[in-house]
Design a protein. Structure first.
Length: 82
């Protein structure tokens, strides 16, 4: 697992990337574009995803426990999310 715990990706353009099994716990992804991103098994525990665009993201088995998802666009495929 790639460890990006606590990284600051505020406003990052990550559309279409593959972040499967990446540890982004406590990362700042506010205002980031994660459209159509592959997030299978990714860890977002405690991460800040406020105002992030996650539409069309594949997040099966991803962990969003205690993540800040306020005003985030979550339309798309989120089956199996913890």
């Amino acid at each position: 697992m790639v460890d990006l715990c606590g990284v600051n990706l505020n406003g990052a353009e990550l559309t279409g990337t593959h972040l499967n099994n990446v540890n982004l716990s406590y990362a700042n992804l506010s205002n980031a574009s994660l459209k159509s991103v592959k997030l299978l098994g990714a860890n977002f525990e405690g991460a800040n995803l406020s105002n992030a665009r996650l539409d069309g993201a594949e997040a099966e088995y991803a962990n969003f426990k205690a993540a800040n998802l306020s005003h985030a666009n979550l339309s798309g495929s989120f089956q199996g999310v913890d």
